[in-house]
Design a protein around this ligand. Structure first.
Ligand code: NI
Length: 207
């Protein structure tokens, strides 16, 4: 058996990157088509900022079962209409895998939805540790005025399934401006939920 070498990385809060990371990916605003309620506001943003980075991830990945992935995510502040910038969101392809997020800078909300359609929200500030349990769909939202920077870690074999949200017409709730500079949840009118057989299929994946 060949042992992996221990690794060390630095969280650069100012840039929102993990220094020493071996992998980086970005999502531009153009990549996020279909997520937001206000399509005309989305198109207006795309016209001027379509190629700008909405959020990025720098991580130190491994593909080995039993291992973990560590990384940092950074998301721009802003809104499309009254809806705060967010990540695409996913459930883990092996849905019984958990995740941890740790706030470094900014103010965020972790929006979580069970396969059955229950919603939870966790506000994340610097030094908040957020536990995403197995089987919860999760999306992070920047509800502050500054970039949202978080450290995260999850099992290396977790994978990501984005279709679970798209097929349900989005997540059940949207995170919007409450009119006083804060945030609140509103129902997503396009949400269709999941057929019980799909819920059963997700909940049975426990390998
Ligand atoms: Ni995840």
């Amino acid at each position: 058996m060949i042992l992996f070498e221990p690794g060390v990385c630095q969280v650069d809060v100012a840039t929102g990157q993990l220094k020493g990371a071996t992998n980086r990916y970005v999502k531009t605003f153009r990549d996020l088509a279909g997520l937001y309620r206000d399509e005309s506001a989305y198109q207006a943003l795309i016209a001027t900022r379509g190629d700008d980075v909405a959020y990025e991830v720098t991580d130190y990945p491994s593909a080995n079962g039993g291992d973990i992935i560590i990384g940092v995510t950074r998301m721009e502040p802003g809104k499309i209409g009254d809806e705060y910038f967010m990540t695409r969101g996913h459930i883990h392809a092996r849905p019984n895998r958990p995740e941890m997020y740790y706030g470094e800078a900014g103010v965020g909300v972790m929006l979580l939805e069970s396969p059955h359609g229950e919603i939870r929200t966790i506000e994340i500030r610097a030094r908040t540790m957020c536990y995403v349990p197995p089987f919860w769909i999760h999306r992070s939202v920047n509800v502050g005025l500054e970039p949202l920077v978080m450290t995260f870690s999850y099992p290396a074999d977790a994978g990501q399934d984005y279709d679970v949200i798209a097929k349900a017409g989005g997540m059940r709730s949207r995170i919007v401006d409450d009119g006083n500079g804060g945030w609140t949840t509103v129902d997503n009118a396009g949400y269709s939920g999941r057929h019980p057989s799909l819920v059963e299929d997700i909940m049975s994946r426990v390998d």
